[in-house]
Design a protein around this ligand. Structure first.
Ligand SMILES: Cc1cc2nc3c(=O)[nH]c(=O)nc-3n(C[C@H](O)[C@H](O)[C@H](O)COP(=O)(O)O)c2cc1C
Length: 362
């Protein structure tokens, strides 16, 4: 079973893109935490599509309805259940996809796994829509983490081969994270904004789509979280990051670049800061050594592939007739997933860190 995750915090996700609802159950939240609902709505709004021409024109309002686990604004400690109504769907856009498989999407693998009984409309259980409940869970987790002084932010590191700056000591601040959250294109180097927008719109006009990289960071994480083997900080975060459709790679800190360095460059020199806290001068290890947080910001980069559903004609198969065929899609799709996945990556970082923190604290 794949729809549940976590040890100290247990989340189960349910729903399909064109079913009546998507939703989530979170078990293990401490009782008595006052929840700021407005803050949750803001996070949901960041992921929701239909805000501008850079995402799909589908209007998904993403209004979260909490049906258990919250009473008079406080968590009760009982499982918290959230549902989100699906509204703006056009199932007829998907009628041909019952038999004709979209290359790069999960239509074929879903059909095999669920023996043809899967709801294929809008990608069904594999739709990006299922990330809305994840953003909700992350927004909740962020509120618990903020009590511990932990803040999470993300930016677009690249779109195709156009690159933003990477996070640095100066940009790894709560203020910068807030600024990034408010911008329509979360870039550290604002000079790249126009060229990225133009490229996305041009690619969209061509009926094609783009990929890119998102960099995500958590600051204020104390040293000592995580386990040396299977529950390392990296594995906890990665297992959630790979639950997001379209993610095809992850690296922590300098990741693959470290393979080109000598140890004299790669090792992060240690020192005591003015408060007597252990810090490192660089952060090539992304805040983790031996699977355990070392007190530096936790930083990962996730590679996101181009949206598989495109309007350009592609070779594929018809599983009913057993014939080779081609497919030219018409539905409303994101010309790039990168922009919408940012708050989802922040959310899963928050969920993973809260789960790890709970093994130590609550
Ligand atoms: C926020 C978000 C929005 C997405 N929007 C679309 C979309 O409009 N069209 C599409 O074909 N795929 C979209 N995807 C990607 C598919 O869900 C994903 O490619 C598919 O589930 C297959 O998984 P894989 O790419 O990880 O192998 C989106 C993903 C996310 C996270």
């Amino acid at each position: 079973m794949s729809a549940s995750w976590g040890d100290n915090l247990r989340i189960s996700i349910f729903g399909e893109s064109h079913a009546s609802h998507v939703g989530l159950v979170i078990d293990g939240l401490s009782p008595g935490k006052k929840i700021d609902f407005e803050k949750i709505l803001k996070e949901m709004h960041r992921r929701a599509p239909g805000k501008n021409s850079l995402s799909t024109s589908r209007k998904e309002e993403d209004y979260p309805e909490i049906i258990s686990g919250l009473f008079e604004g406080y968590t009760t400690g009982a499982p918290l259940t959230l549902i989100i109504k699906n509204k703006d769907f056009r199932s007829k856009d998907y009628s041909q996809l019952k038999d004709i498989m979209r290359p790069g999407h999960a239509d074929y693998t879903a059909n095999i796994k669920y023996q043809g009984y899967n709801d294929y409309r809008g990608g069904g259980h594999f739709s990006g829509r299922l990330t809305a409940p994840l953003v909700f869970a992350g927004a909740l987790a962020k509120q618990f983490l903020e009590d511990e002084g932990i803040y999470i932010g993300a930016h677009i590191l690249s779109v195709k081969d156009i690159r933003d700056k990477t996070f640095s000591q100066e940009s790894l601040t709560r203020e910068k994270f807030e600024e990034l959250k408010k911008s329509s294109l979360a870039l550290l180097d604002k000079d790249k904004e126009e060229v990225i927008k133009d490229l996305i719109l041009k690619t969209k006009r061509q009926g094609d789509s783009l990929g890119g990289i998102v960099e995500c960071a958590a600051i204020g994480v104390e040293p000592g979280l995580g386990e040396p083997f299977f529950d390392s900080v990296e594995s906890k975060i990665s297992s959630l990051v790979f639950s997001i459709g379209g993610v095809k790679g992850i690296e922590f800190g300098s990741g693959f670049e470290m393979s080109k360095m000598k140890a004299s460059q790669a090792n992060d020199s240690m020192y005591f800061n003015e408060k007597g806290l252990v810090k490192t001068r660089s952060n090539n290890n992304g805040g983790i050594n031996g699977g355990i947080s070392n007190g530096m910001p936790i930083v990962f980069k996730a590679a996101i592939k181009p949206t598989p559903s495109i309007a350009i004609k592609q070779d594929t198969i018809n599983i009913k007739t057993g014939q080779n065929t081609s497919l030219e899609l018409k539905g409303r799709h994101d010309p790039i997933i990168v922009l919408r996945v940012l708050p989802v990556l922040e959310a899963v970082m928050a969920i993973a860190l809260l789960d790890l923190l709970k093994s130590k604290k609550f």
